[in-house]
Design a protein around this ligand. Structure first.
Ligand code: KG4
Ligand code: ZN
Length: 359
């Protein structure tokens, strides 16, 4: 029987300032999870502005930590360890979180654990569903897109990833191209529901190449070209044109994600499940397709609740908990890292998205 533990988690790697209290007493329990989003601050700029994000994190961290403690009905002196996102992400934001966590750890004389943000996402199915290792994880958000084989809290193998945009970025750009509001994902999904996915012949990028790498930049450009062709012909877009373009785009993303998932699952031996996380996993059409892929492979499909699929600090506290139980501790020299690949053996992915490095 392991001793009960209470961890404070802190997350500030992108545009959400978050803190959470996690209790582990025979199983993890989220006592509180506070997320303060910054969408309003960045809305006018069409993307996350790193300087604005860093300042907002620095201003809000104390407050979200206080809220998390209050909601958990606990106090700092009851916290056994502090877990903080130490990368990858926008460096100013990561630094704000790491400095806040160091301050708390030093003042309270409590252990500090630096957590990889992607590990937080990748371990979430263990927090929500107690999923055993090894499993396959697909991270699909506005900043990430990769297949990870997860063998342990510190044992990840990247089986494929995007070579350019993340799918959420593509949804957001397609929304912009078609004059729909941001974030684009929900808007495009709503339009697609009444569209004809077969009207526009859009590409399925990289399906002709072996492996599980993905690409979404060309697909976005194809939507732009199709829109321009319609506009040139009719000097404008009808609601139906817009819906058909959204449906065609979403169907292409679905086909690519499903086929690449099938490939990532192939030859992996005895996996316990196929899990997804990230904002794009909210899309019902994509979710249904991925669920089918899991079923075809005879595996359970795990999609954590949306609040734990998107950025939050409970996942950071949980990843910190596994590392802590394994004896991991960081010192006051813990560094904030803009890039931090989970899989140390695979080459780093090229490019960097609107939400920072893709690791
Ligand atoms: O995980 P997330 O909240 O933030 C990070 O990227 O870290 O993901 C946000 C992304 C946005 O690009 C948004 O457009 C996309 O997830 N998204 C969706 C849907 N809901 C959110 N994409 C497709 N369909 C949706 N229903
Ligand atoms: Zn994230």
């Amino acid at each position: 029987m392991t001793a009960p533990l209470t961890l404070l988690g802190i997350e500030s790697s992108c545009d959400d300032t978050a803190a959470a209290v996690l209790r582990d007493d025979g199983g993890p329990q989220i006592l509180s999870s506070i997320v303060s989003g910054q969408t309003d601050l960045h809305a006018a700029f069409g993307g996350v502005v790193p300087e604005i994000a860093a300042r907002a994190h620095a201003e809000r961290l104390d407050l979200v930590v206080a809220q998390a403690l209050e909601q958990a009905e606990t106090a700092l002196d009851k916290i056994d360890a502090i877990a903080v996102t130490a990368g990858p992400g926008l460096i100013g934001g990561v630094l704000s979180g790491v400095m806040a966590a160091k301050g708390l750890a030093f003042a309270l004389n409590k252990p500090l654990i630096g957590v990889n943000h992607l590990a937080g996402h990748a371990l979430t199915p263990r927090l929500t569903d107690a999923l055993a290792y090894p499993y396959l994880m697909l991270l699909v958000s506005g900043g990430h897109c990769q297949f990870l084989r997860v063998d342990g809290h510190d044992a990840f193998t990247r089986l494929g990833g995007t070579i350019d945009d993340a799918p959420g970025e593509a949804f957001d750009k397609v929304a912009r191209i078609l004059g729909l509001p941001q974030p684009g994902g929900p808007a495009v999904e709503a339009e697609a529901a009444r569209g004809d996915p077969t009207r526009f012949a859009l590409p399925r990028p990289l399906l002709d190449r072996p492996g599980a790498d993905l690409s979404f930049s060309g697909l976005k450009t194809a939507v732009l070209r199709s829109r321009d062709a319609v506009v040139a012909e009719k000097s404008g877009l009808t609601d139906q044109d817009r819906a058909d373009l959204c449906a065609g785009f979403q169907a292409a993303v679905r086909d690519v994600l499903a086929e690449k998932s099938r490939r990532a699952l192939t030859g992996q031996g005895d996996l316990t499940g196929f899990a997804v996380a990230g904002g794009v996993a909210a899309n019902q059409t994509l979710r249904d397709a991925l669920k089918q892929v899991a079923a075809d492979a005879g595996l359970p499909f795990i999609a954590p609740p949306m609040a734990l699929c998107t950025d939050n600090a409970a996942m950071i506290a949980y990843a910190g908990l596994e590392a802590f139980r394994d004896g991991h501790r960081d010192g006051m020299d813990l560094a904030a890292r803009p890039r931090w690949p989970l899989d140390r053996t695979s080459p780093a992915l090229i490019g960097s998205g609107k939400k920072g490095a893709k690791a």
